[in-house]
Design a protein around this ligand. Sequence first.
Ligand code: HEM
Length: 422
Amino acid sequence: MKAPVVGSPPVVGHSIQFNYDALALIQRLQESKGDVFQLNILNEDVLLFLTPSATKQIFLDPDDNFSSKHGWEFSIGPTFENGLMLRDFDDHKYHRSLLQNSFRRDALDKYIHIIQPRIDSWIEEVKQKREFYLYKSIKQLMFNVAVELFFDEVDDTKLNHLNQLFINSIKPATTIVRSPYPMTRMKKGLKARVELLEYFQEKSDKIDLSKETLFADLVKTNNEEAGLTNFEIAEHMIFLLLAAHDTTTSTLTSSIHFLAGDEKYQNKVKTESSTLSKTDISDLKNGIIGEALFNEAIRKYPPVPFSPRWVVRDAELDGYEIPKNTYIAAGPLVLHNDERYWEDPLAFNPERFEDPTITHEAYFPFAGGAHTCLGKFFASYLFKNVIYKLVDNFQVISTNEELKINPAPIPNPRKDVKIQVS
Ligand code: HEM
């Protein structure tokens, strides 16, 4: 069977509408074309699959039919080349095994302790100001937490500069002009990549291996087993930083905004928090209400809303032909907001996740298979650590502003909102 093709304007295809509101666009097309159709994004034809069964197949990929490297290359490839998600099959397995060491349980335990001073000083700052711009403040916090954890970098001027380089290096992911002409996002992004790589290579030379940072862990593993160059290590590190901070930022943003508008749920989280240590991973693991909030935030606004793949050999999916050398994609964002699988999907309702024994067939926030998110446990512990500290430190967290989130390419607010605390 061949999938229907959606007609689109030349050159820009569906990119502009996609960047503006991907969920509305795809749901509208889905109504007329069904669960499988081809559209044009960033000058490429992409066959989108919107059923739980095809999504699972795409992620599990038992026959190695789908390349994540070439799938992601057309968006984040230019600036995050050779990051873990931009590697395939045996090569990917090998590099993942090197990084995996840094995500063991005891390592995560260590990390949660390392980041406490940074989170505590953020809480103090918020206490003094009594209000904060939600997205801006959380993004800065998550970036600083990640850089400190990964590299032990605590110089704020450097942190701000690095943060700006990251902002520049992620922008080419969605720009329609794909060549690095002067003044374009692509040109700026590539320049930022070079600067970031130089900074992290320099760090590799000077690294203090007695420090318990993620970077030191990776360098140690490398010295013992691998022999990667400083450049390769730097490439891993910039990808990891990207994967770690934008994802946790969007998750905390939507959750804090929800809590600010729901006093009852705020109290529920507060009650749970009073029984838990904020830094003991086994305890954080038991935080069911906190976990439900986390799960709901990544349902409604999955930080990776679509996952593209490149087909390396002729295959079939859900009865549709998929020829080699074409793009396909899974769309967790669309599945997570599909009323065939979720009751009232538009509502932000963490209660749907409070019974951890219930599984959801249309839920793929961390993808699956070989590329399953490596940081998913760390993300959940970090999330709960921040949320519990927030509710512990403030009697009231409130806002009177609505938060409108643009769900793709990475969920971010159309306009930042202010949160008041007392
Ligand atoms: C709420 C938070 C997060 C969500 C929802 C999330 C989601 C995802 C998803 C969906 C993928 C796979 C995409 C694909 O296969 O196309 C992925 C990959 C990855 N994530 Fe996360 N992520 C989160 C946080 C983190 C954090 C905090 C880290 C690191 C500290 C991290 C590290 C990674 C890495 C290294 C990969 C690549 C794995 C591979 O290719 O083998 N993530 N993430």
